[in-house]
Design a protein around this ligand. Structure first.
Ligand code: NAP
Length: 323
């Protein structure tokens, strides 16, 4: 009988599967929204979390509210659209904490605009942050991971905007589609180094900012994004007539919009040892919305059959200038 030409992984004790103790994560855009929730979950699992944003005051606030968690959270000002900042971010993480084990490419900018309206400035701003910035940060972090030889995790945040054809978010959709392509290429190239590369696709997610907008009745902010409704006018009417909950129930099989922690739990899953053998995949976290309406086959990705969202809504005056 010949020996197996593979090393079989040793079964890990159950309590270690979720632990990130001894690991260092970079989370971009960790000062609010989905990124902040991810920072918390990783720190709860024991990781040292270096998280970024462009505004220092918001970083300090998250440092304060995470101070009691098992892991350490350190905010670093960095613009992900600036490659020098990203190089420095990885160098600083290495100097202070020994290197990068987990990278969460979460920071993004999402100004709306139709394909006919899009100009070069919008294209460059969006692609520089959401695609080029995320790609090169992954490259710098992966170089560090390869050199250390401990494997690693890279997780890229996408959007249902690229899964569906999304009028009004033309360049954003293109930017996220590019990041999905990068995810799959990197997954192939980095697998021999035990570095997994996956994507997380949020459906409509009610961040604190949007909840505040909803509470204050600022429909432009609530509807300017991608609530799970494909007719913003219908949503506006539903909010005004107190029927918004009923509308969401109709649109989302799980009966509610997503919240940042829904994404953070999925990020934790992909970051920890539970997901050791998963790479090149995309997890759509949208309460089943993308499974509820078939819009036709697509070769782009396995989870492409999605319901229209407000991201795919026709242009409307209620949209905010920046998502
Ligand atoms: N919320 C949703 O419904 C939804 C839906 C689909 C996809 N997504 C994706 O999920 C991710 C997070 O979305 P979110 O709604 O949580 O965003 P958000 O609330 O707007 O937060 C964005 C975070 O990124 C930071 N950021 C923005 N531009 C940056 C840059 N150039 N460099 C560094 N940091 C930057 C922001 O801080 P500063 O402004 O201080 O830099 C902030 O911390 C994004 O990738 C987005 O495309 C979200």
């Amino acid at each position: 009988m010949s020996a197996l030409p593979f090393t079989m992984p040793q079964p890990l004790p159950f309590d270690q599967l979720l632990s990130l103790e001894g690991r260092t994560a970079i989370v971009t855009g960790g000062s609010r929204g989905i990124g902040e929730a991810i920072v918390r979950r990783l720190a709860e699992a024991g990781a040292t979390v270096v998280f970024t944003a462009r505004h220092a005051d918001a970083l300090r606030a998250v440092e304060e509210t995470t101070a009691d968690l098992p892991g350490t959270c350190v905010g670093v000002v960095a613009d992900i659209g600036n490659l020098d900042d990203s190089r420095q971010l990885v160098a600083t993480t290495r100097e202070r904490f020994g290197g990068v084990d987990i990278l969460i490419n979460n920071a993004a900018t999402f100004p709306p605009g139709t394909a006919l309206e899009a100009d070069e400035e919008l294209w460059d701003r969006l692609l520089d942050t959401d695609t080029k910035g995320a790609f090169f940060l992954a490259q710098y972090a992966a170089a560090d991971m390869v050199e250390r030889g401990r494997g690693g995790r890279i997780i890229n945040l996408l959007s249902t905007a690229f899964v569906n054809a999304t009028p009004m978010f033309a360049v954003y959709s293109i930017a996220k589609a590019g990041l999905w392509a990068a995810t799959r290429v990197l997954a192939q190239e980095l697998a021999p180094h035990r570095i997994t590369v996956n994507a997380l696709t949020p459906g409509s997610t009610m961040t604190q900012e949007r909840l505040a907008a909803f509470a204050s009745g600022d429909l432009s902010k609530v509807l300017g994004n991608d609530l799970p409704v494909h007719l913003p006018e219908a949503a506006a009417q539903a909010i005004e007539s107190g029927q918004f909950g009923a509308l969401i129930k109709q649109m989302v099989p799980m009966g509610r919009p997503g919240f940042p922690d829904d994404l953070a739990r999925a990020a934790l899953f992909l970051a920890c040892d539970l997901a050791e053998y998963i790479t090149g995949q995309n997890i759509v976290v949208d309460g089943g919305q993308s499974a509820s309406v078939k819009t036709g086959p697509s070769a782009a990705m396995p989870t492409t059959q999605s319901a229209p969202t407000a991201e795919s809504a026709p242009p409307t005056a209620t949209r905010s200038p920046e998502r």
